[in-house]
Design a protein around this ligand. Structure first.
Ligand code: NAD
Ligand code: MG
Length: 355
């Protein structure tokens, strides 16, 4: 029996995780948390909002599935990594913001960090057991989102309703907007750097509209391996929760006879500057990714509220990075302070841009 604590149980990942848990008698949901929606009776222990590490202390899970959205997921990520409790991680913002601390805690704790993000689950499977010196580079695929092919000028007037209409994945609102700006792939680039210990120059992003190939790894002998599957988050969720068994799911395998379109091209960094901003923040290191993430969370919320135009998102992120110091963080308290400062500056910049 594996005892699962599910954080973010009412979200898109959380609901799909509940389906997977129900399908597998060897998975037991011992704790569940949400941000604000009541979830009484969903598990033995439940919590709405508050400090999620208190719930985890009480639940003593074998696996924490962190499917909270945003920086709010960071304490739970560190809780699991520090204790060597297996962490199935959907909450990429925690690894982006707290990557250095998380990797140090992971080394100390000695548990497993199992990515749930589809590209990283794919990369994890492709890299599993390969000697690092044989790996040339990692390629993450991006659908390109609803505005793929749009020029910068085309993006000036797009609305949140248009941004929320994702072509291949059905997800929560924040990540759907991140997919439309390509910030999602920028966050994933930083996430991959910390998960796999690869330098940024050896992680590439390509646009692949059908989202069938989730990641590729190029090896030093000229061979590349790819991970394929229909875009369905239940596959990486199941893989992480049942690792290393790779339990059966009810999801259809690929049908090659139906025709698969495997097309790849370079992303348009002029129309989608968030990807370049994330790469630069990753290269800058220290708390630049934390500041990038905080500013993005503020800007995306303002865009969803109809206050900020779409192109205001990269604008707010870039300006915030220009105004906030990004020193190294010694602990969660340092990171929380930098996150708060970045949010304060990003909110002020948002108000300036709107008025
Ligand atoms: P969502 O908005 O649908 O759900 C978010 C969940 O987090 C909800 O249950 C909400 O109640 C909870 N939550 C928010 N703030 C909280 C807080 N302070 N304390 C406790 N719970 C809180 O989001 P989602 O699409 O399910 O995404 C969740 C995470 O998974 C994000 O980090 C996202 O980037 C990542 N992810 C999602 C997908 C996807 O297909 N949805 C794919 C890959 C990665
Ligand atoms: Mg992803």
């Amino acid at each position: 029996m594996k005892r699962i604590a599910l954080l973010g149980a009412t979200g898109s990942i959380g609901r799909q995780a509940l389906e997977i848990v129900q399908e597998h008698p060897e998975l037991e949901l011992v704790a569940a948390a949400s941000g604000s929606t009541p979830i009484d009776g969903l598990a033995q222990l439940t919590q709405v909002g508050g400090d999620l590490t208190e719930l985890l202390d009480r639940a003593e899970p074998d696996v924490v599935l962190n499917a909270v959205v945003g920086f709010a997921g960071l304490p739970a990520t560190l809780w699991a990594l520090e204790r060597g409790v297996d962490l199935a991680l959907a909450n990429k913002e925690s690894l982006v913001s707290g990557g250095d601390l998380a990797v140090a805690a992971w080394r100390e704790g000695g548990g497993r960090l199992l990515p749930v993000d589809s590209e990283h689950s794919a990369a994890f499977q492709l890299l599993d057991g390969r000697p690092p010196e044989t790996v040339d580079s990692l390629v993450l695929t991006a659908s390109g989102g609803p505005f793929r092919g749009h020029s910068r000028a085309d993006l000036a007037e797009v609305t949140s309703a248009e941004a929320l209409a994702h072509p291949t994945w059905s997800m929560g609102p924040k990540i759907t907007v991140d997919s439309a700006t390509l910030m999602n792939k920028g966050l994933e680039l930083i996430e991959a750097h910390f998960l796999f210990g690869l330098p940024y120059e050896r992680i590439e992003v390509v646009v692949h509209p059908t989202s069938v190939v989730h990641a590729l790894v190029r090896f030093r002998d000229g061979a590349s391996l790819a991970h394929l599957g229909y875009p369905d988050m239940r596959v990486p969720i199941s893989y992480a929760l049942t690792y290393p068994e790779r339990a059966e799911t009810s999801i259809e395998p690929l049908d090659f006879a139906a025709g698969l379109i495997l097309e790849f091209r370079a992303p348009d960094l002029d129309a989608f500057p968030c990807l370049a901003l994330a790469r630069a923040a990753g290269d800058a290191g220290d708390t630049a990714p934390c500041v990038l993430n905080a500013a993005n969370e503020v800007a995306v919320a303002a865009f969803l509220d109809g206050e900020l135009p779409f192109l205001g998102i990269p604008d707010v992120v870039e300006r915030t990075l220009g105004q906030v110091d990004c020193p190294p963080a010694r602990d969660l308290a340092d990171l929380t302070a930098i996150d708060a400062e970045a949010r304060r500056i990003a909110s002020a910049l948002t108000r300036e841009l709107v008025h």
